[in-house]
Design a protein around this ligand. Structure first.
Ligand code: SF4
Ligand code: SF4
Ligand code: SF4
Ligand code: FES
Length: 822
């Protein structure tokens, strides 16, 4: 630690702190423009100049200067103010003054500083910039006439996002921030640069002229999309979410967001939202009141009794999951599940068998300090983009060795020295087994206190690196290097994502990943972890609260089969659109046709809801309170920013009303009371609802204690066909909900099938061509997209879009043999 004096105040800070950090610690405000907590020190703007006695009174930038013992610093004197004012005058020489029409006015750092330092005239005169505004894309507007060259956009896009859209070009007065070849912005549209820009040079277009900052009510809550659980700040005006605000001062994930969190909010304002219950009468869904709808639902459920099947999505709050289970108990059914792909089932069973846990063993920030990272499935960045940004930082700042085992190349593979182990679809498992075999063969494995070693050795007999290389196409050298790096790492991270489109080999992949975690010493070691990352905002909560079949009960897939056979008489489907998102559409169709009484509870009249007997209008995350548990086991509280449209209610309110109509008379005084009830006997037992602050509360602490049971697991099987189709998530979407949002749709609004360049050339395809994809006895018409991510013979189609009908082909396999024609 180092002690220094700032403005007469003694302060003791870490040796690595800068003067700016120390001043902040002491509660002393120093103005900044180019500084940002999460970016590396830069020192471009000189607004933060301070005087240091030991440096002969020279003015130096506080944001880049490290503290030293006994330093005496002055942050505010007439001289300092004069120099800062001159700096501001320089910044304003070419800067257009458009505050009346600039959306940043009212929250612009330059405007605020100009006001504070009374820059009412400018001694320096120059020609104002007159650069064209970049309005090429629908989400981000760039007006470089307002830029102060702080470099934050360049740095955030490179250091955190790892995309690298921008750079400085030209020299002197001609210097500007530009994209490659000065083309319009074409990137992943995470909006991180929007969030970081201190002036009105980079703005969110959907928010343009919607409101002044002081008209906006800010509400901190949790993103409703994926298991990353990023804190989002809703910008609300007139009961409408008009924007998502940047907030790196509070909450989790440093204010980092992806396109879904930053621009995917508009579905909550959609005019297509359900606003009233619907009941089927004479074959038509007609509007009804809640009393009539609930009476019909409770009558139907009572009649079904233990033949009721209940399936939810994983975006309900923990409190809602608790009440959902209570509905099951009250009706008397054990047929209960969440997520019909049952991928969660495989991965949690696999981890339970090996590590004895059903969750990530460590927390996200620890990955930043990792020396080696193994990512299983390249599109991990696409399912969990903000966790992906942590991986970027580990590679760029900590020089972590990154290996990716997947059936296609992804964004991670472009990071410095990243190794992509691209395998034939379905054979990721073989690659993981090959890595385990190298660890054992080369004497790199940690085997003390480990059970099941002999059995594993026997099972790995057929996974020598050369054998794996011949089967998968991943070289023996790549397997060996990966194994050696993981074994040598002090801190390592193994990342495994799961979700609806990743059913195949879920359990086996989790086991194989856990075997590597055990053999490399990752399992149970501080600073290391195996991360199990669920697709949806509360996937982990559903597991923690066992929203699973009871004894003798059926899981989602078995329920669907039983409904088709008339054994499950009624289905209650909440917050999911299985006709679009579950594997095997025919199976879902048959279930909906076979069940006598179907109730769907959702935000929209989804494809599944259209088949229901009763539809109940539910609320979005922006209308809810309660808790989500993210993929690092962090419970966070949601806070409602708006009320639901029309008669729509939160799922919590619907379940409570339904329970009353089913005859359960326990009344909860509020969400906290439900939390207090749900936590009894669960991993949440020690957590108080009121104590869950903006940083959330991690159950089990930063490191989970794990067991170390090696479990043998065989290899996968790949399809032998000229073309095979794999499915999964696309970065811009999450589940089916984001297809109702303008932001993600502005980038990708329609289904597509992606080809590698070699296949596209052989088939004479270009971007936008319509192609026929034939397989599993059906034919889909999809638009072609050509990229360089896919190996020859492998095609990819995202699963989010109802119009694609992808689950007519996909029935849960690792890949499907298909024929392609124009
Ligand atoms: S939106 Fe994201 S990816 Fe695009 S330029 Fe900005 S920071 Fe980079
Ligand atoms: S565009 Fe904004 S963030 Fe980028 S350099 Fe200019 S002022 Fe800074
Ligand atoms: S979708 Fe996931 S990664 Fe993106 S902002 Fe939301 S929680 Fe974060
Ligand atoms: S904030 Fe320190 S130089 Fe810009």
């Amino acid at each position: 630690m180092v002690t220094l004096t700032i403005d007469g105040k003694q302060v003791t800070v870490a040796r690595t702190a800068t003067i700016y950090d120390a001043a902040k610690e002491a509660g002393i405000n120093i103005p900044v423009l180019c500084y940002a907590k999460k970016l590396l020190p830069y020192g471009a703007c000189r607004v933060c100049l301070v005087e240091v006695e030991q440096m002969k009174g020279r003015l130096i930038p506080s944001c880049t200067t490290p503290v030293t013992e006994g330093m005496v610093v002055t942050t505010n004197s007439a001289e300092i103010r004069k120099v800062r004012k001159t700096v501001l005058e320089f910044l304003l020489v070419n800067h257009v003054i458009e505050c009346p029409v600039c959306d940043k006015a009212g929250e612009c750092d330059l405007q605020d500083l100009t006001y504070e330092y009374e820059v009412v005239t400018n001694r320096f005169q120059g020609e104002k910039f007159d650069l064209p505004t970049d309005e090429v894309n629908p989400l981000i507007e760039r007006n470089m006439n307002r830029c102060v060259l702080c470099g934050k956009c360049v740095r955030v896009c490179d250091e955190i996002v790892g995309f690298g859209s921008y750079s400085f070009v030209n020299r002197g007065f001609e210097t500007k921030i530009a994209t490659a070849f000065d083309r319009g912005l074409d990137c992943e549209f995470c909006g991180q640069c929007v969030s970081m820009c201190p002036v009105g040079a980079i703005l969110p277009r959907p928010f343009k002229f919607k409101a002044r900052p002081w008209q906006i009510k800010e509400v901190n809550t949790v993103c409703g999309y994926c298991g990353n659980g990023c804190t989002v700040t809703l910008g609300v005006k007139a009961n409408k979410v008009e924007t998502i605000r940047f907030n790196d001062k509070t909450g989790v994930n440093d204010g980092n967001l992806c396109i879904r969190g930053r621009f995917g909010y508009s579905y909550v304002n959609s005019t297509e939202r359900l606003t009233t219950p619907l009941i089927r009468k004479d074959g038509q869904l007609v509007k009804a009141g809640w009393d009539e709808a609930l009476a019909a639902v409770s009558q139907g459920f009572k009649a079904a009794g233990k033949t009721l099947g209940m399936i939810s999505g994983a975006r309900l709050t923990n409190e809602e999951f608790y009440l959902f289970k209570k509905v099951a108990a009250t009706v008397g059914t054990a047929n209960l599940d969440h997520s019909g792909g049952e991928c969660y089932k495989g991965v949690t069973e696999g981890l339970k068998q090996t590590l004895g846990v059903s969750a990530s063993t460590a927390t996200f920030p620890q990955v930043e300090k990792a020396d080696a990272i193994l990512v299983i499935r390249s599109d991990f960045y696409e399912t969990h983009p903000v966790f992906g940004m942590v991986v970027n930082q580990a590679v760029k700042r900590n020089h972590a060795k990154l290996s990716i085992v997947a059936d296609k190349r992804g964004k991670f593979g472009k990071l410095p020295d990243a190794r992509s182990l691209v395998t034939k679809p379905g054979l990721e498992l073989n690659v993981l087994n090959g890595i385990a075999r190298v660890l054992l063969d080369e004497g790199l494995a940690v085997t003390d206190g480990v059970a099941g070693l002999d059995e594993l050795k026997k099972a790995l007999a057929g996974f020598a690196p050369e054998q794996v290389a011949a089967a998968t196409g991943v070289t023996a050298d790549a397997l060996q290097q990966t194994a050696r790096e993981l074994a040598a790492a002090k801190n390592s991270a193994i990342l495994l994502a799961y979700g609806l489109p990743y059913t195949a080999y879920s359990k086996e992949l989790a086991i194989a990943a856990a075997n590597i975690a055990i053999l490399t010493g990752n399992a149970g070691r501080e600073g290391s972890g195996l991360y199990l990352c669920g697709e949806k905002a509360n996937s982990q909560g559903a597991i923690d609260l066992t929203v699973l079949p009871g004894d003798q009960g059926l899981g989602a897939q078995a329920m669907l089969a039983a409904a088709a056979a008339g054994q499950v008489r009624s289905l209650y489907i909440v917050n999911e659109d299985p006709l679009v998102s579950y594997p095997d559409q025919d199976k879902v169709k048959a279930a909906l046709a076979g069940a006598e009484f179907v109730v769907v509870q959702d935000l929209f009249l989804t494809e599944t809801a259209k088949q229901a007997d009763v539809v109940l209008p539910a609320a979005s995350f922006a209308e809810k309170e309660g808790t989500f548990t993210n993929a690092e086991r962090r419970l966070q509280r949601l806070h409602p920013g708006i009320t639901s449209p029309g008669l729509a209610k939160t799922d919590q309110a619907i379940f409570q009303a339904l329970l009353v109509s089913l005859g359960d008379n326990v009344v909860y005084t509020g969400t906290e009371a439900i939390f207090d009830a749900l936590k009894v006997g669960t991993v949440y037992a020690g957590i108080g609802y009121a104590d869950i602050g903006l940083q959330g509360a991690v159950w089990g602490g930063d490191h989970l204690t794990v067991s170390k049971q090696l479990v043998p697991v065989g290899g996968g099987v790949t399809v032998d066909a000229p073309f095979q189709l794999v499915t999964g998530s696309a970065l811009y979407h999450s589940g089916t909900t984001s297809t109702h949002a303008l932001g993600p749709n502005a980038v990708i609004s329609a289904p597509y099938v992606e080809f590698g360049r070699e296949d596209a050339a052989a088939l004479q395809l270009v971007d936008g061509d319509m192609v026929k994809v034939k397989g599993s006895g059906c034919e889909l018409q999809l638009q072609a997209k050509v990229d360089n991510r896919l190996p020859q013979g492998v095609l990819f189609a995202p699963y989010h879009f109802a119009s694609a009908g992808l689950n007519r082909l996909y029935k849960g396999e690792a890949s499907v043999a298909v024929e392609i024609s124009k």
